[in-house]
Design a protein around this ligand. Structure first.
Ligand code: PDD
Length: 286
């Protein structure tokens, strides 16, 4: 059974109904999160909740749930849906208005919706079983200038993802008008050259990925791999030994093809193995 949460109640998904005047529906006016949870244990819970609160504040939605309330919602929803490997989707829209008008309405209650979906249990990182790696297509990032907000208005991301998908890729790598790497349509991105990992600086051009932050923290604590946050040019991307993408559902995933060309020697690389192994061993400690 797929049990969801809507505005205070748990119900089967078929019974969850939202007004067509909900601003999430009309304007994509809301904030969302996806938290990975494995058998009742979440990865990066606090980071996800902090990012959602930052997003709500940035767009002026007042909800003021405590961390404990979110924790209780996530735990109950996981439990009601079998407590297996789940993505927990949280969604807060500005709420249902009485008319369609762009300005924020006053005295409107935000809509709070949450559901789960099944995700794969990450395999132990292993070069023999990892498979081929991702194929990516690259294109200019044509989204807006507030990509740090995890907004439910995802049309820009959807259009970019679709571009890659139609080209036979599984993700789309994005670069800005100065030919600098930003992120991918639903993931953060990393390049590896001569054993050094680099990832774009956290600014308004990218989502502050929770997986990205965990990777940076875990690798910094371990100290065996050098990591840089800096501007990365498209030329560097094309000359990389390894490329990785990260997200809550993919963890750290290796990329072996970019625009139909091999990345490095086209094989999943040793630095990925080292980083993914460290991530896998430490992801629950944050
Ligand atoms: N996507 N960048 C973008 C544009 C994203 O949409 C995502 C996540 C990430 C990675 O963030 P995190 O590590 O916090 O999952 C980076 C989610 C999973 C989605 O939209 O389904």
């Amino acid at each position: 059974m797929n049990t969801v949460f809507l505005n205070g109640d748990y119900m089967p998904i078929e019974e969850a109904k939202i007004s067509p005047l909900d601003r999430g529906f009309l304007f994509g006016d809301g904030i969302y999160e996806v938290i990975p949870s494995y058998f009742g244990k979440m990865v990066g819970f606090q980071g996800h909740i902090d990012r959602m609160n930052n997003g709500l504040k940035a767009i002026g939605i007042e909800l003021n749930w405590s961390d404990a309330q979110w924790q209780e919602l996530c735990d109950s929803l996981s439990e009601k849906n079998g407590a297996g490997p789940l993505g927990i989707y949280l969604h807060v829209s500005r709420g249902a208005d009485t008319k369609r008008f762009h300005a924020y309405p006053e005295n409107i209650a935000p809509t709070v919706f949450a559901m789960t979906f099944e995700i794969a249990v990450p395999k132990t990182p292993d070069l023999a079983t990892v498979g081929k790696g991702y194929a990516l297509t690259s294109t200019e990032d044509l989204r807006w200038q507030r990509c740090q907000i995890k907004s439910t208005s995802l049309l820009g991301n959807v259009l970019h993802f679709q571009e890659g998908y139609e080209a036979g890729s599984q993700e789309t790598l994005l670069y800005n008008s100065d030919n600098e790497l930003t992120e991918a349509s639903a993931s953060n991105i990393y390049v590896v050259k001569d054993g050094v990992v680099a990832t774009p600086i956290q600014d308004n051009q990218i989502l502050p990925g929770i997986t990205r932050q965990l990777i940076l923290d875990i690798l910094a604590k371990d100290g065996s791999i050098k990591v840089e946050e800096r501007v990365i040019t498209l030329d560097e991307v094309n000359a990389a030994d390894e490329i990785w993408i990260s997200s809550s559902s993919k963890e750290i995933a290796p990329v072996t093809m970019l625009d139909g060309k091999l990345v490095g020697d086209g094989k999943v690389g040793p630095v990925w193995l080292q980083a993914a192994t460290l991530y896998s061993a430490n992801k629950f400690s944050y």
